[in-house]
Design a protein around this ligand. Structure first.
Ligand SMILES: NC(=O)c1ccc[n+]([C@@H]2O[C@H](COP(=O)([O-])OP(=O)(O)OC[C@H]3O[C@@H](n4cnc5c(N)ncnc54)[C@H](O)[C@@H]3O)[C@@H](O)[C@H]2O)c1
Length: 342
């Protein structure tokens, strides 16, 4: 039995807990949370897209801590989920590696490349697994679309556009989710999901051109980016500027040579494929969500099970690097080459 720990028991800590508790061979042994866990369980105001978490887990037999160092000293953990506000990722990840524990840290890896590098160095020194929670790589609709593209049957991708729109977040510990200096604005917190999926599907772009608007976070909260590839047009838009009643919506439009793939999380069915010979498919994506599959992948990596490589620490570093290039592009109103950012 693998013993999992969780530090930070807000929206994502609870999400990880729920997933661990449905995986065979894993138990959540300990949680570290500085707030009142017993009080928050049952009353969490999770983001609309994350659903009702509290009813789906049981922490009755989990040991609870409010001091991370004490938890590391007293527990024999195999792995830990770092589900803390982004600006805290690096220090907690490094400590976990120093204690010899595998780490699944939420996305984005960190807010600066220097911090990302410290995390990778600590992982390499410890010889333990580091995975960053880029859950969209595991999200069923994105997995289905990628399989369809990679089958090669419908030719090359000629154009791809991705969208992720949300009302401004209302939750978060001590307003960290409303503060761009702590979360990097929608650029680093929300849009990075699509930056990362573009990286995953198409590799590192040669350059980016980004226009963006500052919003209530004080950082960029509405982003439109063009990613430069020699053979296709790729764009993404993300926003925290939607009205409060809007909730959340994600999607993509992919034009292949012989088919079009459309995903819109607000539609039912959400995923549709139109082929040039006038056929329409509505593939049934897996019922479990990307969080569950990313955690299953993390556990299988720790167990040394054979599986296709889906994410590496270097790729998570590159996702931050591309997002930083996008910020530079928006700041300086120019195209920014990825070779400029290291
Ligand atoms: N993958 C996704 O789809 C997704 C979605 C939302 C958030 N996130 C990421 O997850 C991370 C956490 O976000 P969240 O929305 O869960 O935040 P949150 O504010 O809901 O939760 C953070 C928790 O950490 C606790 N905490 C603060 N300092 C602590 C400490 N020293 N020791 C122990 N606990 C401490 C807080 O009390 C709070 O409960 C962020 O990096 C965010 O970007 C990812």
């Amino acid at each position: 039995m693998l013993n999992a720990g969780i530090v930070g028991f807000g929206v994502m800590g609870k999400t990880h807990c729920k997933c661990y508790q449905t995986l065979p061979g894993v138990r959540v042994a300990a949680i570290c949370e500085t707030g009142d866990i017993k009080k928050t369980v049952g009353t969490s105001q999770a983001a609309a897209n994350l659903g009702k978490l509290d009813a789906e887990m049981n922490i009755d037999n989990v040991r609870l801590y409010s001091d991370f160092d004490k938890m590391l000293r007293e527990e024999k953990l195999d792995m830990i989920s770092i589900a803390l506000p982004t600006f805290m990722h690096t220090d907690f990840t490094v400590k976990a590696f120093e204690a010899g524990i595998h780490v699944l840290c939420e996305k984005p890896m960190a807010l600066t490349l220097l911090e990302c590098r410290r995390m990778i160095d600590a992982a390499e020194k410890s010889g333990k697994v580091l995975q960053i929670g880029h859950c969209v790589r595991f999200w069923p609709e994105y997995v289905k679309a990628r399989q369809f593209i990679n089958s090669g049957e419908y030719g090359q991708v000629r154009a791809a556009t991705f969208q992720r729109l949300s009302a401004f977040p209302t939750w978060g510990w001590k307003n960290w989710q409303q503060n761009g200096s702590k979360n990097g604005g929608a650029m680093m917190d929300l849009h990075i999901h699509d930056t990362d999926i573009i990286l995953h599907w198409f590799g590192v772009p040669a350059s980016v051109f980004c226009t963006a608007a500052r919003g209530p976070s004080g950082d960029y909260d509405h982003i439109v980016t063009q990613y430069s590839y020699p053979d296709r047009v790729v764009t993404a838009e993300a926003s925290w500027l939607m009205a409060p009643g809007f909730g959340f919506r994600m999607g993509f439009n992919i034009a292949l040579e012989k088919a079009t793939i459309i995903f819109d999380s607000a539609c039912e069915p959400s995923l549709k494929i139109y082929t040039n010979d006038n056929k329409t498919y509505t593939p049934e994506p897996e019922k479990k969500d990307g969080y569950w599959f990313e955690i299953e992948y993390f556990v299988k990596t720790i167990l040394g099970e054979k599986q296709p490589q889906i994410i590496t620490p270097q790729q998570s570093y590159d996702a931050v690097r591309i997002a930083i290039a996008e910020k530079t592009s928006a700041n300086e109103h120019r195209k920014v080459g990825l070779s400029e950012v290291s």
